[in-house]
Design a protein around this ligand. Structure first.
Ligand SMILES: C[S@@+](CC[C@H](N)C(=O)[O-])C[C@H]1O[C@@H](n2cnc3c(N)ncnc32)[C@H](O)[C@@H]1O
Length: 375
């Protein structure tokens, strides 16, 4: 099923069967807001402005006393064990309240033939960085398990619904959140690439491929590569892609998957027009964020665009989150303090990116874009 407004570009989002709020079936295409005409002077005109808070970053993240107090609570093992269960319940509750069947979606993946895909997509020579082997998102094995992989889709919808509380449905939340990010990439590339087209896109930290599919739909002439460190997530991505290809979905033919570390991809230098990292870097220590940025710089063509979308330290909503919610969030996100204290724009400039800019592309998230200079 396709829902599209005049002048809008479509992208894919996966919604569970029977998603009541959305009234849409699986694998639907939903519309995003209308694009401005593609000129070299368009300035994010289709992205609404969202409110910033008064602080540089939320009080509960970083190195000030309140933040350190929160972190010291999380470090107490019995408290941590209670918090991570509560954090998970918040996500599941949001999903279920909005008609997303968390258990149903997860069971569907676990009962499928996804397991064979892991054998096909896994690169056994990948070495996992230490930060990736820690407990994460309340999963003891972090992103390296079938349980985590099977729950990514409902967890992503829940995250989107929490980010866009005014959304009437999961589809609308996805439309606003993904639409702002894609529009920001589009605007930046139009303005700064010097006429470089978009025929090759890399989606670093693609997880189960939802951002990859959105990129493939947005850039209809591009081949899009989804890259991730979790072979379990990539197995789900590939399993879903095979279903989409069998159903005749055009963009499925333009997508491929790579199991690698985004800090050392092994991909050729200067080979991509756009490199995107959507919701990846808040899950990484600062050393890894630097590594990811340097690798993006290496593999982008001159004129190419890097885009990072993630929690904004300046978002008024994030700054005003109730302390209890922020503490629960921090309990399952071990690198939150490092993320919120990282000078992303400054580090990008140090690495060599030009035209670095950051805008709120939904109430909670910023998209930071930059260009690899042509000379
Ligand atoms: C929240 S998910 C990204 C979601 C996805 N991009 C989207 O927008 O739906 C973060 C992903 O980053 C991946 N990741 C973390 N560190 C990575 C690294 N160094 N290289 C590649 N992937 C990494 C994780 O495995 C995880 O799948």
């Amino acid at each position: 099923m396709e829902v599209r407004a005049a002048g809008a570009r479509p992208f894919s989002t996966v919604l569970p069967a029977g998603t009541t709020g959305a009234q849409l079936g699986r694998g639907v295409t939903v519309c995003v807001r209308a694009l401005p005409s593609s000129t070299s002077t368009s300035v994010s005109s289709a992205i609404p402005s969202y409110e910033e808070g008064e602080l540089e970053r939320p009080r509960y993240a970083g190195d000030d006393p309140v933040s350190r107090f929160v972190s010291s609570l999380i470090a107490i093992k019995p408290l941590f064990n209670v918090m991570k269960v509560a954090a998970r319940q918040v996500l599941i509750g949001t999903a279920e309240k909005n008609g997303v069947s968390w258990r149903g979606m997860s069971d569907e993946i676990l009962a499928s033939d996804v397991y064979a895909e892991k054998e096909l997509v896994e690169n056994k020579s990948v070495v996992y960085p230490d930060y990736y082997l820690q407990e994460f998102h309340a999963y003891e094995e972090g992103n390296l398990s079938w349980k985590a992989a099977s729950e990514v889709a409902p967890a992503t919808l829940s995250m989107m619904l929490r980010a866009i509380p005014t959304a009437q449905s999961p589809a609308e939340a996805s439309q606003i959140l993904r639409g702002g990010w894609l529009q920001a990439i589009n605007d930046h590339h139009d303005m700064h690439s010097g006429g470089l087209g978009v025929s090759t896109v890399l989606d670093v930290g693609c997880s189960i491929g939802e951002s990859t599919r959105a990129l493939a739909d947005w850039f209809p002439s591009a081949h899009v590569t989804g890259l991730d460190l979790s072979p379990y997530f990539l197995a789900v991505a590939q399993h879903m892609e095979k279903q989409r290809a069998a159903a005749g979905v055009e963009s499925a033919r333009r997508i491929s998957w790579v199991h690698a570390n985004g800090e050392c991809t092994g991909l050729p230098a200067a080979s991509f027009d756009v490199v995107s990292l959507a919701f990846v870097i808040h899950e990484c220590p600062q050393s890894a964020i630097r590594g990811l940025l340097k690798e993006a710089f290496r593999i982008l063509k001159p004129g190419g665009t890097v885009a990072l979308t993630d929690n904004s330290p300046k978002s008024k909503i994030i700054q005003n989150l109730p302390p209890a919610i922020f503490t629960l969030m921090k309990s399952t996100e071990p690198w939150m303090d490092e993320y919120f204290t990282f000078d992303l724009d400054g580090e990008m400039e140090k690495i060599g990116f030009s035209n670095v800019k950051s805008i709120l592309t939904d109430p909670r998230h910023r998209t930071v874009t930059g260009t690899v200079p042509s000379h």
